[in-house]
Structure formats: structure tokens, C-alpha cells
Design a protein. Structure first.
Length: 298
């Protein structure tokens, strides 16, 4: 049972990452209506006629369906292990809930066109689902349990910082997704300044959203850097937290570079997908770091 759960967790994590990227591909290629208003079938058919937008949208649905089966299998094999891994008591229900919620929102968006705030929430829920599956995998594959003494070595202020940074990452992701769905990605058409100004004219809603996203990203960068610097002080007792903060620093810097490339390349598919992928990896790293600051009941 444990071995099956471990490998299903790996498969489900990879699968959820692919689902997230394919969802971003649907958005960035304008393929959200590739299957018309039909769901779960495509144009009322199980195998629709070929068209690029149809292929992109229907492939996303098929992969999401496979991912749903993987998560059901993972839940069936991992939840019985909750006595050995108490974190699974919260993570498995969270994974199931967010998967159903984001799938339902996707179907709702097909049947009834949604506003940018709703579509941005869809991306945020997908991030939480990916992070939850990733944490299930991390819990199952951990070989060195976190002892009570190791937990006590973490300052309470650092624990607060880790969770604040995680929540702030959700804010950054939401604003970015809102910007994408409202068509304001190039409202700030220069980088790093916005339209050549540190503080541009914010009378235009699109400019305000784009500039707000950049400001939120700078704050996220500062929060992650603070985590890395602070974790150096207790690196001997908690090297895992230091390693996690280093990975988060790598991802947040890479994501900033990808954001710049999105503007410079004028929304090339490669840059937009890279930006979404790095956001998912950053959020997973921050979620793992925040989890590790909590007392471990083993």
C-alpha cells in the first residue's frame, strides 16, 4: 500500500503540473471555446473533428480526466496511511476538494462565459491543488522526520513569515491571472519600468493592474529573500528550511525573468507557459517550507 501510494503521488504530481500548463496553454492560445459550449464532450462528440483550438481544449479535458483518476487512486491508497502520516488527514481532502472545484469551474466557464475575477480564481485553485498533491508526495517520500527539537529551533517570527509569504504568493498569482484574463498583460509595455516610468499614470485600469502585479511581485521577491537570509541563522538545526528557501529564491528570480520575457517577447507562448510553470514551482516550494515550520505529529 505504501509503495503504491508513493508512486501514485509522483504520477499525480507530474500530472497536475501538466494539467496546470495545459490550462495555461488553453488561455494563451485563445482555445477556451475550442469545444464550443459542450461539456464534457467536445462539440457533442467523444472524438471531435480536428482543429487546433479544439485539440488544445479537448486534450486539456482528457488529461484532467486522467489526473482525476490518479488522484482518486492516490487518495484510496494514501488515506489509510494517515495514522503514520498525520498530515495526510488534511492534505488528501484538500487535494480532492480543489480538484473537483477547479474542474467544476472549468466546466462552468465553458457553459457560461465568466468574468476575469472568476477565471483568475480558477488558476489560483489549480495552484493550490498542485501544491497539495506535491505535499502529499513530499510527506510520503520523507525519510528524516522533523523532531520536536528541530521544530522548536524555528523562531515563531520565521514561521509567520513563511505563511505570510505563501499567502502573498496567492495574491501575486491572482493578480497575474486577472491581468491575463482582462487583456492587460501589455498595459505596461516596457520592463522593468512601466511605460518608461517608475510610477506610471494609473488612470487606466489596465495599467493599474499591470503595475500592481509588478509591485506585488517585488514584495514577494523581498519576502522570499528575507526567508533565505533568516533561515541561515538556524541552518545547522534546520537545513531543510534553508534548502527550501534557496529553491524558492531560485524560482522567484527565474519567474521575474520570465515575466520580463513575456513583455519583451510580446506574449510569446513559450514565455507565458514558462511564467506559469515557475509560479507553480515557487508556490509548491513555499507551501513545503510553510508546512515544515509546523509541529510534526509522528
Amino acid at each position: 500500500m505504501t509503495r503504491a501510494a508513493k508512486w501514485l503521488a509522483v504520477a499525480a504530481t507530474v500530472g497536475m503540473f501538466i494539467v496546470l500548463l495545459m490550462g495555461a496553454t488553453v488561455t494563451n492560445t485563445g482555445s477556451s471555446e475550442g469545444c464550443g459550449k459542450s461539456w464534457p464532450l467536445c462539440h457533442g462528440e467523444f472524438i471531435p473533428e480536428y482543429a487546433f483550438e479544439t485539440m488544445v481544449e479537448y486534450s486539456h479535458r482528457l488529461v484532467t480526466g486522467v489526473e482525476g483518476l490518479l488522484i482518486l487512486g492516490l487518495s484510496a491508497t494514501a488515506f489509510p496511511l494517515r495514522r503514520r502520516y498525520p498530515e495526510l488527514k488534511a492534505l488528501i481532502p484538500l487535494t480532492l476538494f480543489t480538484l473537483v472545484l477547479q474542474s467544476g469551474m472549468g466546466a462552468w466557464a465553458v457553459k457560461y462565459p465568466q468574468t476575469p475575477p472568476v477565471m483568475a480564481s480558477h488558476f489560483g485553485i489549480s495552484l493550490v491543488c498542485f501544491a497539495a498533491v506535491f505535499l502529499v508526495m513530499r510527506v510520503l517520500w520523507e525519510t528524516t522526520p522533523i523532531t520536536p527539537a528541530a521544530t522548536r529551533s524555528v523562531p515563531s517570527g520565521y514561521r509567520t513569515l513563511a505563511w505570510v509569504t505563501l499567502v502573498w504568493a496567492v495574491v501575486v498569482a491572482y493578480i497575474g491571472a486577472y491581468m491575463r484574463h482582462s487583456g492587460a498583460e501589455l498595459a505596461c509595455h516596457t520592463w522593468p519600468l512601466c511605460n518608461g516610468s517608475l510610477i506610471p499614470d494609473l488612470s487606466s485600469p489596465g495599467v493599474a493592474v499591470a503595475w500592481g502585479h509588478r509591485l506585488a511581485a517585488v514584495i514577494a521577491l523581498a519576502l522570499v529573500a528575507s526567508m533565505q537570509l533568516w533561515s541561515r541563522q538556524f541552518m545547522t538545526s534546520r537545513p531543510d528550511l534553508y534548502r527550501t528557501s534557496v529553491w524558492a529564491s531560485v524560482f522567484v528570480i527565474a519567474q521575474a525573468a520570465a515575466g520580463a520575457l513575456v513583455v519583451v517577447s510580446r506574449l510569446s507562448l513559450e514565455s507565458t507557459l514558462g511564467h506559469a510553470a515557475l509560479m507553480a514551482l515557487l508556490f509548491a516550494a513555499l507551501a513545503d517550507g510553510a508546512r515544515r515550520t509546523l509541529p510534526q505529529r509522528r
